[in-house]
Design a protein. Sequence first.
Length: 166
Amino acid sequence: MLSGEREEEAMPLKMSWTEKLADSKDLPKVVRITEKMSKRWGTGTVVIPAPMEVDEIMRKVSRGRLVTINEIRASLARRHKATIGCPITTGIFASIAAKAAQEQRQEGKKDITPYWRTLKSGGVINPKYPSGIEGQKKLLESEGHRVVQKGKKYVVADYEKSLMTL
């Protein structure tokens, strides 16, 4: 190396949302609910899903239909014969799926995960999803849903009528 030159330090490249979605991290796995967790989740087993499993369910929600994160959790629990689907990882992976979809949209892809159709419990729009509440509200309204404000939250009115059976 010549004097005055410095060796470039190898900076780890940041993973894209699409890469994070594809990284299964040895998941899914079903584990016994610990005593500490049982205060919140009861007893039995919890499935920690793979990110792609959450995305796969979100992709099945067709135009005009909706799903809640709790419906996704219940579906995952049934699929893996677990007592519950993990609320923490399911929520994180739904968020990763939403961000990957937005990333893919920006790359010009048309067939993306319709993340705006996945609601929080009670039909609440997830403010942390890409495009925020306003963007999701427009998308939902373009599909025939009515969005109303309840306090600080935005809710799809009569969302139960549009829930997809998983």
